[in-house]
Design a protein around this ligand. Sequence first.
Ligand SMILES: [Mg+2]
Length: 156
Amino acid sequence: MIALSIPGYQDIMLENLVLDFNGTLASDGRLSGKTRELVNEIAGSLKVYVLTADTFGSAARECAGLKAELITIDRDNGGPDKEAFVEKIGADETAAFGNGVNDVLMLARAALGIVVMGPEGCAGQALARADVVVRDINEGLGLLLNPVRLAATLRK
Ligand SMILES: [Mg+2]
């Protein structure tokens, strides 16, 4: 569990982390060593899920050894599929990371939605519905490991 106590915002007790794969966790379908380290560190506190339609066909290989459960979502119904998954595991105790149009619903639904504006860019709608915007995935994962920084961003 990771507890976020944010003045003027809701207190959040996170139990789950949901990560979109392509463009969020991975760049061009590849996962960096640093990202892998951070995810595995967070996995000591949260249950981690990686959601993907596997556009590049690399998700299973790239996620080998990652302390996360790989969930394949529907290629044509990704948005509602991702939102339904977050609801199933408990949206109020879930942080979600995404970058695309099919992440908009889950970013809005999760207790904490973080949009990653990385090398592949992010959808404008995703930017608008997220709680926090980060420039790369490692910075975003770092916020979960350093919740005081997150509180400074979100406090009213
Ligand atoms: Mg994506």
